[in-house]
Design a protein around this ligand. Structure first.
Ligand SMILES: NC(=O)c1ccc[n+]([C@@H]2O[C@H](COP(=O)([O-])OP(=O)(O)OC[C@H]3O[C@@H](n4cnc5c(N)ncnc54)[C@H](OP(=O)(O)O)[C@@H]3O)[C@@H](O)[C@H]2O)c1
Length: 277
């Protein structure tokens, strides 16, 4: 019988691990359910076919992660909340990432393809668990002296996190730039000033896209690896595992998608790890 929050916490870590174990075979078997891979997804969502605006769905599902984590820093869940320079800096890493991911990124990129509510709801489910186990560890269950961030793992993790964040935002910016210029050309073409292609996708160029097809995913993985090194927590490493299980297969499928759709796709470009994969 479950009698304490720490038992619930352990159960949620187990569930988190279980989700990582099932997500890779699910994506490899059924495909990925949104964006440019949505058409090849093998599950027929059409029963009900409930889609919502892609930007709205994104804001809702990612905001959950921010809220779940930050709630752990309030007295709301009970027990002591450890506030010092290290726990606040670790929390700041999470909060900065998710303010960008939940609000800045979608509002700067308001042209996402529509999203099935099933995708949004499954992300909400995961983000509640992930936000809670990570936030509650740093704020309550973990023990971090105030100067822990100055240890080798604190500083190395922080540096990797910042590097990953910069690369992730830069790569997202390149894709946003493509979407914006596509949209402008399409509007001009609609007005009869141009004969621009109506195709939504092109080959991304410049930056880390010269090495891999999904540098935003690679850098996202580096970010969370940095966070895990800095926190040295099971919850953070489970998040790295989940991100690898989720983004790795999607990156490989995106790479295949590019090669199938663009005959002139750069042959030396890899899927997610430069020169290797
Ligand atoms: N931590 C995690 O587990 C996790 C999971 C998912 C995403 N993320 C992060 O969230 C961010 C977005 O991820 P995502 O999966 O949505 O990326 P994505 O599928 O590459 O799409 C990003 C945006 O770029 C557009 N786009 C993609 N490829 C394009 C191309 N070749 N030409 C023109 N436009 C293109 C998409 O339009 P469409 O919407 O029309 O496809 C969408 O607006 C990334 O930084 C990623 O790392 C993290």
């Amino acid at each position: 019988m479950i009698t304490s929050e720490s038992q619930i916490y352990q159960l949620l870590l187990g569930l988190h691990l279980g989700l990582s174990v099932v997500v890779t075979p699910l994506i490899l078997w059924f495909g990925s359910p949104y964006g440019k891979l949505a058409d090849s997804f093998k599950v027929h969502w059409s029963r009900g076919n409930v889609t919502i605006n892609g930007t709205l769905g994104w804001v809702i599902m990612e905001t959950v992660s921010l809220v779940a984590y930050t709630l752990c820093f309030t007295p709301w869940l009970g027990g002591p909340v450890h506030l010092n320079a290290t726990t606040l800096l670790l929390a700041a890493m999470w909060v900065v990432h998710y303010i960008n991911r939940s609000w800045v990124y979608p509002l700067r990129n308001p042209h996402r393809s529509p999203m099935h509510v099933g995708v949004m709801l499954s992300a909400v489910f995961f983000n509640v668990i992930n936000g809670y186990v990570n936030g509650r560890w740093v704020s309550h269950f973990g023990e971090y002296p105030a100067d822990a961030i100055l240890s080798w793992h604190g500083l190395a993790g922080l540096a990797l996190f910042v590097g990953g964040l910069v690369g992730n935002v830069h790569s997202d910016n390149i894709l946003m730039g493509i979407q914006r210029s596509k949209r402008q050309k399409t509007q001009l073409a609609t007005k009869g000033h141009d004969t621009a292609s109506q195709s939504r996708y092109v080959i991304p160029r410049n930056g880390l896209f010269e090495w891999v097809s999904s540098p935003h995913y690679l850098c996202e993985l580096l970010e969370w690896t940095g966070y895990a090194i800095a926190t040295r927590s099971t919850a953070a490493w489970l998040f790295v595992l989940f991100a690898m299980a989720n983004l790795g297969p999607r990156a490989i499928q995106c790479h295949r998608w590019y090669k199938t759709h663009f005959a002139n796709y750069p042959p030396a470009r890899k899927a997610i790890i430069p020169y290797l994969l």
